[in-house]
Design a protein around this ligand. Structure first.
Ligand code: SF4
Ligand code: SF4
Length: 473
């Protein structure tokens, strides 16, 4: 097989193939044009420089991805822990700082992104009939990341039907329901509504202020309320009962979509320790409780005519949006991909994941079954589990995996060289099973006392043996 150099900053240029060099050159031109757009003070047309930038980035990515067609499909473990970008090396930290910095500018000082925003005006006028703002820019970059890296997923996992369907699904939902339709609704003078997000992830969709604006606003408001209520209260538990949380986290959700596509090169960086699992359970359920309490308090406040929170109600919801929506979901959730893996937000902060996880653990048919007799303990499954689940621990015992945090991405089954793991939605019976294989952890031999005395395992100690010193030798 042809050697494929990892794209790390410290690698010798001689290791790169001609295709890689051409692809990197296009990406370099794209990044330069992006920098010019960002810094340009009106001297250059931002639409032209941004278009040039996207053309360079897309062409370069296309050339690099095309090379993957000449490699075997799937995860090949080819230098993933030795690349600067994917092993928390210099490139990884630079990427993390750039992602985080972009989020900070976006939320706090969007005026610094003015030229980039103006560069998307033409597209914004075409699909929403008005000039772009920072959220349009964000949505465009987000969607492009899902689509471009989604194509990479389709090439990389081209031999796996589950991964292909799942990737097409997240690309479809991000492009259609999370980008085009909300913007077209603005064009049609309707509320900007995201059909693929529900309470409690979109925490304000069940807040009284949203109810008021939708019922008093134009057009489709009542239908949108109906949609939110049905998806939150009926569809979510029913679909989770049949398919587990994967129907949402790995097939529909935009956060999951980005993690599964743009986050794929970083999935192995998730912390697999028991300590991280404990922190995860505390944090994700605390956020869920916070969302529920906030929602109830806002409704209580509304019912009491403002008597519960008074003028604080706006502040309360604003601070929630700031800490959870901005700091956690945005800055940490995406900015820290190259440092903490691709599902930081889904694992530690997403209230929707918490609800779906509780349903999945106690009220769902979904489980991962393990044919443990085939397991060779290679550890691929644990390494590539983005949710930090030590899959191998279960596989070695032949025990079903029923974990609240599992998003059903199927990557553990995809990377297993022995076909040990299977995602199933079978009947509830025998869903929880104990270990079916004997593992050294489970072995403890109890010796009968009389037998032990009559047949000691160790020869008796001869206390009268002389003790030798160096001088005797
Ligand atoms: S256990 Fe498997 S299916 Fe579940 S999140 Fe981890 S890799 Fe994905
Ligand atoms: S289940 Fe498969 S991937 Fe996981 S340790 Fe066993 S053989 Fe390796």
């Amino acid at each position: 097989m042809e050697h494929q150099a990892s794209l790390q900053l410290t690698s010798s240029g001689a290791d790169y193939s001609a295709h890689q060099k051409i692809g990197l050159a296009f990406i370099g031109v794209g990044l330069l044009a992006l920098l010019i757009t960002f810094l340009g003070e009106g001297a250059l047309n931002p639409t032209v420089t941004l278009a040039l930038s996207l053309a360079g980035l897309l062409t370069g990515s296309g050339i690099l991805f095309a090379r993957m067609l000449h490699q075997p499909a799937g995860v090949n473990n080819n230098g993933v822990w030795f690349s600067g970008a994917t092993a928390r090396g210099m490139a990884g930290w630079i990427l993390g700082i750039v992602f985080t910095g972009f989020y900070i500018l976006l939320y706090w000082t969007p005026s610094n992104l003015e030229q980039l925003i103006r560069g998307t005006d033409a597209l914004s006028y075409a699909i929403r009939g008005s000039a772009a703002d920072q959220w349009f820019l964000y949505g465009l970059f987000y969607t492009l990341a899902v689509l471009v890296m989604g194509i990479r997923m389709l090439i990389k996992y081209r031999d796996n039907r589950y991964q292909i369907l799942r990737t097409i699904s997240v690309m479809f939902f991000q492009l259609g329901l999370a980008f085009l339709i909300p913007n077209l609704m603005v064009l049609l003078n309707q509320p900007e509504f995201y059909f693929s997000y529900f309470w409690p992830l979109k925490y304000d969709y069940l807040w009284p202020s949203t109810f008021s604006s939708l019922t008093q606003g134009p057009g489709l408001g009542i239908f949108l309320l109906f949609w939110t209520a049905v998806m939150t209260v009926i569809a979510t538990p029913v679909l989770t009962y049949f398919f587990g949380k994967r129907w949402y986290c790995s097939w529909v959700c935009g956060c999951g979509g980005l993690a599964e596509t743009a986050g794929d090169p970083f999935r192995h960086l998730s912390d697999k320790s028991a300590r991280a699992w404990k922190i995860e359970r505390w944090m994700v359920h605390s956020v869920l409780v916070f969302v529920i309490v906030t929602t109830l308090m806002l409704w209580g406040n509304q019912w009491m005519g403002g008597g519960l929170l008074g003028g604080m109600s706006q502040e309360f919801s604003r601070w929630y949006g700031f800490f959870i929506g901005l700091i956690f979901a945005g800055v940490i959730g995406v900015g820290f991909y190259p440092v903490m893996g691709s599902r930081v937000w889904c694992r530690f902060g997403c209230p929707m994941a918490a609800v779906l996880g509780l349903l999945q653990k106690y009220f769902s048919r979904f489980r991962i079954t393990t044919n443990g007799g085939q397991c060779i303990s290679c550890g691929n499954c644990s390494t590539y589990c983005e949710m930090g689940i030590d899959v191998r621990w279960y596989a070695q015992r032949g025990q079903n995996i029923v974990r609240a945090s599992c998003v059903g991405c199927g990557m553990c089954a995809t990377v297993c060289p022995r076909g040990v793991l299977r995602l199933e939605n079978g009947p509830l019976e025998a869903r929880y099973n104990g270990p079916v294989l004997i593992h050294h952890d489970d072995m403890s031999v109890q010796l009968d006392e009389t037998w032990k005395q009559s047949r000691p395992l160790m020869p008796p100690v001869q206390e009268d043996l002389p003790i030798l010193t160096d001088d005797d030798l």
